[in-house]
Ligand binder design. Structure first.
Ligand code: TYD
Length: 239
């Protein structure tokens, strides 16, 4: 419906399953996405696609490079939000939308909640403005499930620095002060509390295999249609 989807993005009313993974720096998102993809490939009959934002398509990856290098920082958080949105439109149009229309499972490392948290809550942009932008960019294409990995930002930044290796230069957002990362954590917790049907807050301070087990339990419980062989995307009990 044009009223609901002003951006006219593909993938709405689709048979695929869309899962996003969110959280602050160093929370272990990419490790957990890899592990979840392995489980899903073994236990469902659907194709599994892993992707990330900003990025996931050649044009969006080019925008990612500019954003993480801090090129848009002098123009302020709204300009950055517009660039994240431009990357997201291409990603949706060329990768996510077509995959969901085919009935695939799409696992995406960050999506709209990162814009809400980084440019909104931590960056200071008005939530009403971001809401309008989100409607134009994604319309009604909400994730079926969003896993929010929750971790003390001091620990997360330490992990991210260790992962990058000695002498590595932190990117545009890693370089923000601790207060920014604390606001992010709070923002993600608030998103999870405000939308409990879509989001699950996962304690990411535990060992990776414990986090993996909790994620698998959550995904199995929240998305029973994964195992039904029913590609309409509906729950069995709602069919
Ligand atoms: P990345 O290296 O993927 O970070 P991480 O490994 O922590 O996911 O870089 C993406 C960065 O972009 C990350 O700092 C979060 C930020 N970001 C936003 O500020 N807004 C957004 O809408 C998105 C998708 C990401």
């Amino acid at each position: 419906m044009s009223g609901e989807d002003p951006g006219g993005r593909r993938g709405h009313g689709r048979p695929g399953i869309f899962v996003t993974v969110e959280g602050g720096e160093g929370a272990g998102k990419s490790t957990q996405i890899g592990l979840l993809a392995d489980h899903l490939r073994l236990r469902t009959q659907r194709a599994v696609i892993t992707t990330r934002e900003p990025g996931g398509s050649p044009k969006a990856e080019a925008i990612r490079e500019a954003l993480l290098a801090g090129i848009a920082k002098p123009y302020g958080p709204f300009a950055e939000a517009l660039l994240f949105s431009a990357a997201r439109i291409d990603h949706l149009d060329t990768l996510i939308g077509p995959a969901l229309e085919r009935g695939d499972i799409v696992l995406c490392d960050r999506f709209t909640d990162s814009t809400r948290a980084y440019q909104g809550a931590a960056g200071g942009l008005d939530p009403g403005l971001l809401h309008s932008l989100e409607r134009v960019v994604v319309g009604s294409l909400a994730p079926d499930l969003t896993l929010i990995l929750d971790l003390d930002p001091e620990l997360g930044l330490k992990r991210a620095a260790e992962r990058a290796g000695e002498g590595a230069v932190p990117d545009r957002f890693e370089a923000e002060a601790l207060g920014f990362h604390r606001r992010l954590r709070q923002a993600f917790a608030e998103i999870a509390a405000a939308e409990p049907g879509r989001c699950a807050l996962i304690d990411a301070s535990r060992d990776a295999d414990e986090v993996e087990a909790v994620i698998w339990e959550t995904v199995s419980e929240r998305l029973p249609q994964l195992f039904s062989g029913d590609r309409t995307g509906r729950r069995d009990d709602a069919a």
